[in-house]
Design a protein around this ligand. Structure first.
Ligand code: ADP
Ligand code: MG
Length: 246
């Protein structure tokens, strides 16, 4: 299967001491790929390194067919929803989605507005286009963040804990949206998560990170890992148990 993102021997962290080392994986085109692991193990750090906001301490990140992350003034080739879905609070959802279109394209305002409204419709928010972030629910804010990340029609979407802090019903709706984007639009999705139900509903392949191990401790389809992995750390994650004291 053609991979769209290839990561080789990556080390990430702050200063000289890597948080995670020898990270290698491939993300197949059109799949939902998850980066799993407990709180503080370095998932967001890895994601920021993948999208080029942080320098790797070693190794490389290669995007096939769409170029790599670079600092040149070219439009981003991927969409990102950060953990703190930062929408501009004094702007409507529509204005937030318009932002990347105004920044990176020459579309006149009325044409850009048509595109932005189409993105809002895609995430089920066309009725809320003229509302401010403070006027909508947490789930709707996340959807608006996804609409903004999709504004430039990127082939890859990175999502950092999209369903964290949402109630289970809202989170399930967001999971459905993620699956729809991958299955019907062919968007490749790289998802950071520690929400078990979301992972089992959305994810094709995953890697599991561990802080103490300083890298990947397991990889594969989530259900396979849950059922077959002999690793007690993997079992603890998937079955919400605590590890025996070592
Ligand atoms: N800007 C930073 N400078 C130094 N250390 C950081 C910075 N951001 C995060 N860290 C540390 O790196 C570790 C991993 O953080 P993070 O990648 O956010 O983990 P996760 O997303 O898995 O919860 C944590 O111990 C955190 O305190
Ligand atoms: Mg994080």
């Amino acid at each position: 299967m053609a991979s769209v993102l290839s990561v080789r021997d990556l080390a990430v962290g702050y200063g000289k001491e890597p948080l995670l080392e020898e990270i290698s994986f491939e993300v197949p085109r059109g799949e939902v790929f998850a980066i799993l692991g407990g709180s503080g193990c370095g998932k967001s750090t890895l994601l920021r390194t993948l999208v080029g906001l942080q320098e790797p301490l070693a190794g490389r990140v290669h995007f096939r067919g769409i170029g790599g992350p670079d600092k040149a003034m070219t439009p981003p080739r991927f969409g990102v929803l950060f953990q703190s879905a930062a929408l501009l609070g004094s702007w409507t959802l529509l204005q937030n989605v318009l932002l990347p279109l105004r920044k990176w394209t020459d579309l006149p305002l009325d044409a850009a507005t048509v595109v932005a409204l189409a993105r809002l419709r895609l995430v089920g928010l066309d009725q809320a286009a003229h509302q401010l972030p403070a006027e909508v629910s947490g789930g709707m804010k996340k959807r608006a963040g996804i609409a903004r990340a999709l504004a430039l029609d990127p082939p890859i979407l990175f999502l950092d804990e999209p369903s964290a802090g949402l109630d289970p019903v809202t989170a399930a709706g967001l999971d459905e949206l993620i699956v729809t984007l991958a299955r019907t639009l062919g968007v490749t999705i790289v998802l950071v998560s520690h929400e078990l139900p979301s992972i089992l509903r959305t994810t094709d392949q995953c890697i599991m990170l561990d802080r103490a191990a300083g890298g990947i401790i397991a990889r594969g389809a989530p259900r396979e890992l849950a059922e077959r992995s002999p690793d007690p750390r993997v079992q603890a994650f998937f079955h919400r148990t605590t590890l025996p004291p070592s």
